[in-house]
Write a protein that binds this ligand. Structure first.
Ligand code: NAD
Length: 459
């Protein structure tokens, strides 16, 4: 599996990207206009208090299903009208699960054909399957698209949605490589021009308790922020044994978390939530450089792909501060998802899982805490409520630059870990490395090799 030279393959792909015209590679560079004239004029249809909002999903898995239900609950005058997925089994189960969620009183044994909802109107001809299915949703008369497929495809899907004048919910991370990041920044700017929403699924930013503790942290309760260390320690994610009928690409997509070109590795796919919280600690100031230790100690077998299982990143800022992030996906080790934040007058401990959301002085005396028993709205629901409220109000939310910066922080840490080099923000932003195949079909595409710090080159 791992007999190709990683860095050479990256160069070849980067060179071929423009010519391939693939779905995956947006082929846009920083500073160029993001859209041709026709797409620049495709704006959202006018929406007022009575408009029935039409929603489409692209990527009908776990988050797509959740996001569809949350979107429908966020706005009572909305309906799901079309769906897209590469795989029909995923699309069908999503359709059924959304329909069941919109029929909370139906008995569990109720058959699919017995379930009805005037909020779920997706006839078979509006359920699209395949790599080009996203475009069919975008070309339909939807107002809002939910981009919940794999990270590798987000830049291309976002570009197409914004060019077509659609409001967007985009799951994190927004890209897996720098060309993807540059494309997303262009889409973010075009969305601003067209008054379109893009809400990126950094859901902790919408969690009531988390917002309250970060208001304290950034409001001076623990003084000026000196440093922070965020962690995301968890076990390894699902693995699916290869079926004989699966091509390489189908096998990799069914095990997508473990393949760098699809997920961006777990620091970008999963721990990016905690990288985003590190960014939040520093009031969204971006670092100038990063050095990262990382490796693969406990992964084996083809389902484990080519990703690392641990990273530890040290970010440096232009004011001399440092910020730290460590993450691990290894079974049999303790889990933790805490931000340890240190200021000139105390420290904050922030953990949404427990939850612990508190500020203490240096002696350990509590300065502020968010009581554990306080009920807060589910953060996924909260983000959709804010998105739909902003669309209805004609003031669409666009937090895409912030979400893109946090994603880039995670990508640059991965680049530093894979190469073993210190990587500056500028180098990372200008990287030419394009991950993944240059055209998308369910074809053969050998994975890897696993990067080796000191040998793997930076591009
Ligand atoms: N915010 C959060 O807390 C959170 C939680 C889980 C997942 N996520 C993010 O949501 C995204 C999806 O994760 P998931 O857990 O739902 O994965 P999943 O595998 O359950 O679902 C993804 C779906 O997208 C489909 N898909 C992949 N590529 C596609 C393409 N090109 N066109 C159309 N469909 C395509 C897949 O077939 C699959 O059904 C990821 O970016 C992940 O990081 C966010």
């Amino acid at each position: 599996m791992h007999n190709t030279d990683w860095s050479r393959r990256s160069i070849v792909k980067a060179g071929a990207a423009g010519a391939a015209g693939s779905l995956l590679l947006p082929n846009v560079t920083l500073g160029q206009p993001g859209a041709s004239a026709p797409s620049a004029v495709r704006v959202a249809r006018p929406i007022d208090a009575n408009t029935r909002l039409r929603i489409g999903i692209i990527g009908c898995g776990g988050r797509g299903t959740g996001a569809a239900v949350q979107a429908l609950r966020a706005d009572p005058n909305s309906e799901l009208v079309c769906m897209a997925d590469v795989f029909s089994d995923r699309l069908n189960s999503c359709y059924e699960n959304v329909l069941r969620a919109m029929n909370p009183d139906a008995p569990e044994e109720a058959k699919l054909e017995e379930l009805k909802s005037d909020r779920v109107n997706v006839p078979p001809q509006s359920r699209f399957v395949g790599f080009d299915s996203y475009q069919k949703v975008i070309d339909s008369d939807v107002d809002v698209v939910l981009l919940t497929s794999y990270p590798a495809f987000r830049p291309a899907h976002l570009k197409a949605a914004i060019e077509a004048g659609k409001h967007v919910f985009a799951e994190k991370p927004v890209a897996v490589d720098a060309p993807g990041i540059r494309s997303v920044l262009e889409s973010a700017a075009l969305a601003k021009q067209k008054n379109l929403a893009i809400l990126v699924g950094f859901c902790w930013r919408f969690h009531g308790g988390m917002k309250a503790v970060f208001d304290q942290v950034l409001g001076g309760t623990i003084g000026d922020i000196v440093t922070a260390h965020t962690t995301y320690y968890t076990s390894t994610l699902s693995k699916r044994t290869r079926k004989p009928e699966w091509s390489d690409i189908e096998f990799q997509m069914r095990n997508w978390w473990h393949f760098n070109w699809i997920s961006g590795d777990h620091i970008v796919e999963q721990a990016v939530h905690s990288v985003d919280r590190l960014a939040w600690c520093f009031n969204d100031k971006m670092p100038t450089k990063v050095i990262t230790l990382g490796g693969r100690a406990a992964r084996s077998g083809p389902e484990s792909g080519d990703v690392f299982d641990h990273f530890s990143a040290v970010y440096e800022y232009d004011d001399g501060r440092r910020g730290f992030h460590s993450c691990r996906q290894i079974d049999g080790c303790p889990s933790d998802n805490t931000d340890y934040i240190y200021g000139t007058k105390g420290r904050a401990t922030v953990n949404g899982w427990v939850p612990t959301l508190e500020c203490k002085d240096p002696s350990g005396k509590m300065l502020w805490n968010f009581p554990k028993e306080t009920k807060v709205l589910d953060m996924y629901q909260s983000e959709h409520n804010e998105l739909f409220k902003s669309i209805r109000a004609g003031k669409p939310i666009n937090d895409c630059v912030r979400g893109t910066n946090s994603t880039m922080m995670a990508i640059m840490a991965r680049m530093a870990a894979y190469t073993g080099q210190t990587v500056s923000w500028e180098q990372a932003m200008n990287s030419k490395e394009v991950l993944g195949p240059s055209s998308l079909t369910l074809a053969e595409y050998p994975a890897g090799p696993v990067p080796i710090p000191g040998k793997t080159k930076f591009f």
